[in-house]
Design a protein around this ligand. Structure first.
Ligand SMILES: Cc1ncc(C[n+]2csc(CCOP(=O)(O)OP(=O)(O)O)c2C)c(N)n1
Length: 884
């Protein structure tokens, strides 16, 4: 039975006698035959109503009470008193860490209120549900996404577990000044939010940018299914738990994949939405109710929804509330008002909440003001949380969301709990600290509290023994990040890319070349199964349709239809063990899938190699923040920005033509970005990338732009592979074909740099200039950003040590110093891309950059290149402008 009595109908009841008879009949059915029969009957009636076009839809929102009734609650299997004491200690240490840091340096920031609301949600997971990786026991661990602003609480627990020291806690948000950063030893700095990049042995999933954690958790859960179904790794006993904010649910990324999770039946996924009803500035839904709204949304999307609204001390009140007064008053209380109740004391709530009518006042009669003040919301009651988690963990066929009603700043007293300003509240005076100590019965003296001493019980205390025992049962500690995975051997380049290395001027686009290489790699017995091709509904655009048949499209239900093109060699084939992740029109989803695959080496100890190929304009520009998060998570894989270049993708216009992705890619430290012009260059880059990621196991990922323009692909000159990787090689010298009387001898040389498809324009320009009497040297720039990085590294080395040495001469200077004359660079990207190497060019050479700044528009390649000034004529004109 639920805590509520039947709520009154919002419609006027024209025949109460009849209503009562129907109700009695239903009650009798339930009492005599149980809930299953009751559900059957309701379903039957609903079908009947629909067939007769009654126009009735069940409400998706249920009353503001717990989904799990008191009589359905399992016995709490832990020691409640100890768990409560432990939770209080976590709260204290988290608070002390933030307050201390801010007393020392007011600028550091940090949050207390979010964790104060989430502490019990985390603790229940830690004590009973979150499995750590423990290979000896054959469990690879659950994946747990922590609400970012609650990071202090995660550190506080790691402190009690002995994984962080009190000194470490003293360097919260001081990653650079911590002794370990300075000397390699001693206390380590603790990052603000979960950042695997900075704490690679600790955090697994970056969640600091709201919305990315939620979508990522869904695709990680889906990827675990993919690994299982493809029989690469059995993930069936593992779960993904995500604790997220109710405000965070407003991010489009949070919500966009809910239906995917339901469609895929991801019962390995549990979200706990910490509904403290507040975000940063104020209430999430001041004039409405976020829990109702989320319930409808998740239920509508096909999730199992568990509302965890009220704590155990409300059970008695609901039991005595035969008239349904509580349910009714909650139905009329908006979140802004609920927040006011949270911020005020028991006296106020007796008057304002229970004082709303005589029935409510009667319910509160037996309670002191203090008891009213301490009435818990469900998300602060360990017994209720346990019941919700247990139900979620057992639920089959659907993902589960637990909507946990909490108080922001819970226990922070009159200056914090439920206050509009609580999100960033981190100044506590002595009285506040003592009140906090008293509120949570902390075994600390006034002196200890005032000095913000981190508190750790003796190792042989009941609390510590319990804490360790519970974690041992669950396999060990978490969060904990692992980095090792067996090496995957990479085949010899000739086995998959010979056609590209010796292309013999065959016409093709670099996209076609890539797809052919990918097809070949998929056939390699060792690497092939680890390749994860990912597309967002553009496989046909990129000529990948043959892969549908070759390796199949992953589908958790196989293929339940006979495809229209079944007889074709390119037939659309979905399969349980399909290898391609076809994500539909969701770049955010595809990127989340890519991240899951690209971090499989760490999350699952099984290296996978994702190739996500997409319209380059819809990458860094559209989902750049998700790529940034993948970088934080130390992703390893390939991003292929296809149909790239502002002028190479003719016809498609302003929102499709990419001229900036290389600019964004260059800002990501562990992203190596390449703009190859030729298939042979591409082969070398792929080979090097695979070796770096799979064999050397470096935490880098590659961004490669691919073009759809067909042109003659030359053989890759011998001996240039290393230079291709470094970013520049000498393609060809063009001797002047005739004397040009007008040009003085000293100015008859020019150096041209080109990348991507624009290199073909540069080559045409070189031929024309040679015909006009100029000696030209052409360099293929495969990576502007790698050249710029190398240049920067050289200048930093020079700044540190003035003695000359070759490692202080930028590679681009070394490459160009045997060329002569002004240097002209042309690319299909904004000029800032080639400008990035200006500082590292040989001294005394003039440098002119041509690029595609401005909006793209629809026209032919030729018209576009003329318009932006990156065609051969523009290069020639720029050359003569320099030559005078
Ligand atoms: C994409 C993004 N936008 C804004 C922020 C800044 N921000 C940090 S916390 C926060 C409020 C979070 O509210 P909620 O999700 O309800 O969590 P709570 O802290 O209340 O538990 C905001 C806006 C962010 N971290 N990420």
């Amino acid at each position: 039975m639920r805590e509520s009595t039947t709520p009154p109908s919002p419609e006027p009841d024209i025949d109460p006698q009849e209503t009562a008879e129907w109700r009695e009949a239903f009650d009798a059915l339930l009492a005599n035959h149980g809930p299953a029969r009751a559900r059957f009957m309701l379903d039957a009636l609903a079908r009947q109503a629909r067939s007769q076009r009654v126009g009735w839809q069940p409400e998706l929102a249920t009353p503001y009470v717990n989904t799990i009734g008191v009589d359905q609650q399992p016995v709490f299997p832990g020691d409640l008193a100890i768990e409560e004491r432990l939770a209080s200690l976590m709260r204290w240490n988290a608070l002390a860490m933030v307050v201390r840091a801010n007393q020392a340096y007011g600028e550091l920031g940090g949050h207390i209120a979010s964790y104060a609301s989430a502490a019990d949600l985390f603790e229940t997971g830690y004590n009973h549900f979150f499995h750590a990786r423990n290979e000896a026991r054959g469990h690879l661990g659950d994946l747990v996404f922590f609400q970012p602003h609650s990071a202090p609480g995660v550190y506080a627990r790691a402190f009690l577990e002995g994984r962080l020291s009190a000194e470490d806690l003293g360097y919260y948000r001081q990653e650079l000044t911590a002794p370990r950063a300075l000397t390699g030893q001693g206390a380590r700095g603790l990052c603000s939010y979960p950042h695997p990049y900075w704490m690679p042995d600790f955090w697994q999933f970056p969640t600091g940018s709201m919305g990315i954690g939620p979508i990522s958790s869904i695709y990680h859960a889906r990827f675990m299914r993919y690994l299982t179904h493809r029989q690469l790794l059995d993930c069936s006993a593992r779960k993904v738990w995500g604790v997220f904010g109710d405000g965070e649910m407003d991010e489009p990324e949070s919500m966009s994949a809910l239906t995917l999770a339901a469609r895929e039946g991801l019962d390995n996924l549990v979200w706990v939405v910490n509904c403290n009803l507040q975000r940063l500035d104020g209430p999430v839904r001041g004039n409405g109710r976020i829990i109702d709204e989320l319930e409808k949304l998740f239920a509508g999307a096909g999730w199992n929804v568990i509302k965890l609204i009220w704590g155990s001390d409300w059970d008695g009140l609901f039991a005595r509330d035969v008239g349904g007064a509580l349910t009714q008053v909650f139905a009329n209380t908006v979140d802004g008002q609920m927040q006011t109740f949270a911020a005020k004391d028991g006296r106020f709530n007796r008057d304002s909440f229970f004082g709303q009518n005589a029935e409510l006042a009667r319910l509160a009669q037996g309670l002191t003001d203090e008891q009213i003040d301490h009435l818990k919301r469900g998300g602060h009651d360990l017994v209720k949380i346990y019941a919700a988690y247990a139900a979620a963990a057992q639920h089959r066929g659907q993902p589960t969301v637990i909507l946990a009603h909490t108080k922001k700043g819970y226990g922070m007293g009159s200056s914090g709990q439920g206050r509009m300003t609580t999100h960033s509240h981190k100044k506590f005076d002595e009285a506040d600290l003592i009140a906090f100590r008293n509120r949570f019965n902390l075994p600390m003296s006034d002196e200890q509290v005032k000095n913000l001493v981190f508190y750790k019980p003796a190792e042989d205390s009941a609390e510590m023994r319990y804490l360790h025992q519970q974690r041992q049962k669950l396999g060990g500690f978490l969060p904990q990040r692992y980095a090792s995975a067996p090496v995957v051997l990479v085949p010899d380049m000739a086995s998959y890319a010979q056609f590209a290395l010796q292309a013999n001027d065959k016409e093709m686009s670099t996209t076609m070349a890539f797809v052919r290489m990918l097809g070949n790699l998929l056939k390699d017995p060792q690497l092939g199964p680890r390749v994860v091709p990912i597309v967002a509904d553009e496989a046909r655009t990129f000529g990948m349709a043959n892969l549908f048949k070759q390796v199949g499209i992953y589908s958790s239900v196989g293929q339940r239809y006979a495809p229209e093109d079944i007889g074709s060699v390119l037939s659309y084939r979905e399969a349980l063990d399909g290898q391609i992740l076809e994500e539909g029109i969701s770049e955010a989803g595809a990127l989340a899938s890519w991240t899951a695959a690209a971090t499989s080496y760490s999350v699952h100890g099984l290296a996978m190699l994702p190739f996500y190929i997409y319209y380059s304009m819809f990458g860094f520009q559209r989902v750049g923040d998700a790529i940034w998060a993948a970088a934080d998570q130390r992703a390893r894989g390939f991003l292929l920005g296809a149909t790239s270049g502002r002028t190479t993708l003719g016809g498609e216009g302003l929102q499709h033509q990419d001229g900036s992705s290389h600019l964004a890619a260059a800002t990501i430290p562990n992203c190596k970005a390449y703009d190859p012009a030729f298939a042979g260059e591409l082969a070398v880059i792929l080979d090097h990338g695979m070796r770096e990621m799979l064999v050397e196991q470096k935490d880098v990922f590659y961004y490669i732009t691919l073009m759809n323009e067909n042109y003659a692909q030359p053989d890759l000159p011998t001996g240039v592979a290393t230079d291709v990787i470094k970013g520049c090689y000498k393609l060809k010298s063009y001797q002047r074909l005739s004397d040009n009387d007008q040009s003085p001898e000293k100015l008859e040389n020019i150096t041209l740099l080109g990348s991507g498809a624009i290199l073909t324009e540069v080559i045409k320009a070189a031929q024309r200039l040679a015909a006009q009497g100029v000696n030209v040297t052409v360099f293929s720039i495969t990576s502007w950003s790698e050249l710029a990085r190398d240049g920067l590294a050289c200048s930093q080395r020079s700044a540190q040590d003035h003695a000359g040495a070759s490692d202080r001469v930028p590679f681009i200077t070394q490459q160009l110093q045997h060329s002569q004359g002004p240097i002209i660079a042309a690319t299909d990207y904004v000029r800032a891309v080639p400008e990035s190497i200006r500082a590292y060019l040989p001294a005394g050479r003039s440098y002119v950059t041509l690029g595609t700044d401005g909006f793209g528009c629809s026209d032919t390649r030729a018209a576009l290149r003329a318009h932006f000034g990156v065609d051969a004529s523009s290069v020639v004109a720029a050359a003569w402008a320099c030559l005078g």
